[in-house]
Design a protein around this ligand. Structure first.
Ligand SMILES: Cc1cc2nc3c(=O)[nH]c(=O)nc-3n(C[C@H](O)[C@H](O)[C@H](O)COP(=O)(O)O)c2cc1C
Length: 191
């Protein structure tokens, strides 16, 4: 099965993005081999390298950064689940993206955002930023407008009313997951 990473974009105390990611991972696991990556497990320093990692094969990396970069390279596609902070995505996620090397080039990313406008500006900011790493972003994305805390339970199950109808978050996620796998398989031919 296609190897997909679900990345939790927040490390905040009391965060809810991990709950949203749990639902996402559960659904993506129906069509792919899924692992959830928590940036809390990769406490990296701030990026301070002299040149962009993509042009620097002989980098000397901190152990946590090396672990993150190698882990990310091992997947064939990604879902980034992000909150919106100050009309963009969290700085901790930007720092983590800065570290990546050619191991993610021409690999697809599906975006799931949440916030008062469904994380619209976080997703828009990621769409600008991710091609810099060489990622390919999917045309569709999931803008989760409901309160994550109320809509999803601790087991990652979404409320029944959000599972019904063609425009429901559940249906949109199913579509996003199957599209991501198709992109991952197709893009393998140009990696
Ligand atoms: C520093 C900060 C800035 C925020 N800025 C925005 C924003 O610009 N737009 C928005 O819709 N929500 C904003 N929010 C609300 C977050 O999207 C909301 O708290 C969400 O639950 C954060 O995800 P997390 O709980 O996983 O950290 C902000 C929250 C924080 C902590």
């Amino acid at each position: 099965m296609t190897k997909i990473a679900v990345v939790i974009g927040s490390v905040r105390e009391g965060r809810v993005t991990d709950k949203l990611a749990k639902w996402v991972a559960k659904e993506v696991a129906k069509v792919a081999d899924v692992e959830t990556l928590d940036l809390k497990d990769y406490p990296m320093p701030f990026f301070n390298e002299p040149i962009p990692p993509r042009y620097n094969p002989n980098r000397d990396l901190a152990p946590e950064t090396k672990k993150w970069v190698e882990k990310m390279s091992s997947f064939e596609g990604y879902v980034i689940v992000t909150p919106e902070y100050n009309r963009s995505f969290p700085g901790v996620l930007k720092n983590a993206l800065e570290m990546l090397d050619n191991g993610v080039v021409n690999k697809p990313v599906a975006l799931v955002g949440h916030g008062s406008s469904g994380g619209a500006q976080a997703i828009a900011s990621l769409r600008i930023s991710l091609p810099g790493n060489g990622f390919v972003t999917l045309p569709n994305a999931l803008f989760f407008k409901d309160s994550v805390g109320e809509a999803i339970d601790d087991d990652g199950i979404i409320n029944a009313e959000l599972q019904e109808g063609p425009m429901s978050p559940q249906n949109q996620l199913n579509d996003l997951a199957t599209t991501l796998v198709k992109y991952a398989e197709a893009l393998k031919t140009i990696q």
